[in-house]
Design a protein around this ligand. Structure first.
Ligand code: LFR
Length: 465
């Protein structure tokens, strides 16, 4: 067997990256080609993504990847979920909105006046998040002009190949996909005033979306196919979470902490709905039965505010080391409090939740944040177990949060379960694995793919204390 290589584009809410993935001869590894910042940008009509800059970074990163590794055989793209661009005759009508934009509140009220949350949950199986795409569509004044709506990875794939499709895992985060059927719920869309013509043909991870447009072949340096992967970043991350038994929970931790288990059948009970547990579609039609916990967003926004105050960069590892050294109990707050979701002065908003108990030092404050995230993780793990009736004996914590040792240990302590941390780049690895499988360069089942991850990326164990 030889080593094969692919390019993975992985766009997160705070940074994006292009990587080369290599697989074969017992190997599975990543080479970082480029990393670029991402985040909300304030425009006249609200919060957006600087999509033009992101797209340029993607194309430049792909060109550099091919320069470094001319043997690359394909491209896969994943990003955060729910956000989209509207097209008319192939042209982007407006810069995509950021899901943290405040306009969605009106969308929620309007949608729920037509179809209540209970009905929505029965149809789409999704937890309530105020930014689910259907709420955004409802208040998008450009919708009437559009002939297609593409989620971010699909939009990039369209710009690269000219083919407009909707990859299944990410499509499930719109709220317009039937949880049982896996097909567009056109009836619901039309009832909500969302023209079903904008919903593109669905494709599954592993299908080839198309090949690069001629001008991009020249710029990137090679004629390459774009292969659909689990284009929702969390779907890709869970592909590469080295779960070895159904009794393992996962936490995919970056900006968000996605806490749950993998199921083959949905659990559409009233209790699951009331606990706000979602059924996002996974690769190979598994369900991610999980709850969104506000993750490292709380820490990164806090650090951003302190840096603005000081006019100086803060060394995160140093801050976390000082936070680890804090002795005694720190107060915790509800990490999912809705006051913490918009960008802005995070320390003041957290202090308002903590009241008089708010730690007065920065290490103490950071410790409160980490412990509060871990407490919310613990609660969600317990709820996942209660709702599914499944006993859980370990937690795989993957993504950027796996580097945060304080968080990993606090999660083990608060759940009483061993936490297996890593891989840190689970999302990019999942992206690579699904491309490799489509190319015949990786095994067929998710279980075998995960075994390969486990063999090549040994997790670090945090035992509960
Ligand atoms: C994680 C993630 C979550 C989704 C949130 C918003 O990056 O994709 O799964 O709920 O971002 O899209």
């Amino acid at each position: 067997m030889t080593v094969r290589s692919v390019a993975a584009v992985d766009l997160g809410a705070t940074s994006g990256r292009v990587m080369i993935g290599r697989i074969g001869d017992g190997r599975l590894d990543l080479e970082l080609v480029s990393r670029f910042p991402n985040g909300p940008v304030e425009r006249e009509d609200g919060l957006h993504w600087d999509f033009g800059a992101l797209y340029e970074h993607v194309v430049a990163g792909l060109a550099e990847a091919v320069r470094r590794e001319p043997g690359i055989e394909s491209i896969g793209i994943d990003s955060w979920a729910v956000d989209y661009g509207l097209l008319r005759d192939g042209d982007l009508l407006a810069e995509p909105f950021h899901y943290r934009d405040a306009r969605t509140a009106r969308g929620v009220d309007e949608v729920h006046a037509i179809a209540g949350f209970d009905e929505l949950y029965r149809r789409n199986g999704l937890q309530f998040l105020p930014f689910n795409t259907l709420y955004q569509y409802r208040v998008d004044s450009r919708l009437a002009d559009a002939d297609a709506a593409l989620l971010i990875p699909d939009l990039i794939a369209f710009l690269l190949t000219g083919r407009a499709v909707a990859e299944h895992t990410n499509a499930s985060t719109t709220g317009l996909l039937g949880v049982d059927s896996g097909e567009w719920d056109a009836e619901l869309a039309e009832r909500l005033g969302i023209p079903s013509r904008i919903l593109p043909t669905l494709v599954d991870p592993g299908e080839t979306i198309g090949t690069l447009r001629a001008d991009l072949v020249a710029r990137i340096g090679k004629d390459l196919p774009v292969i659909a992967v689990g284009s929702h970043d969390t779907a890709s991350a869970v592909v590469a979470a080295p779960l070895s038994t159904p009794h393992s929970a996962y936490i995919s931790c970056g900006t968000w902490g996605l806490v749950g288990i993998e199921l083959t059948e949905p659990v559409l009970t009233d209790a699951a709905r009331d606990a706000n547990f979602t059924h996002e579609l996974g690769v190979d039609r598994r369900y991610r039965f999980l709850h969104n916990v506000t993750g490292l967003w709380l820490l990164s926004e806090t650090v951003r505010a302190w840096e603005a105050e000081d006019g100086l960069a803060i060394d995160l590892p140093e801050l976390l080391a000082a936070a680890s050294a804090v002795t005694g109990d720190v107060p915790i707050f509800d990490a999912n409090d809705s006051s913490l979701s918009a960008p802005g002065d995070m320390p003041a908003r957290i202090a308002a939740l903590l009241g008089a108990a708010a730690p007065s030092t920065r290490p103490g404050f950071a410790r409160s944040i980490v412990e509060s995230i871990a407490a919310a993780f613990g609660e969600a793990v317990q709820t996942a177990s209660d709702l599914s009736g499944r006993e859980l004996d370990s937690i795989h914590l993957v993504g950027g949060g796996s580097l945060n040792r304080l968080l990993c240990q606090a999660t083990a302590d608060r759940t009483g379960l061993p936490v297996l941390a890593g891989p840190v780049e689970a999302t990019a690895l999942g992206n690579v694995l699904v491309q490799a499988r489509a190319l015949g360069a990786a095994p067929a089942s998710l279980e075998e793919l995960r075994a390969l991850v486990a063999a090549t990326h040994e997790p670090e164990l945090f035992s509960p204390r």
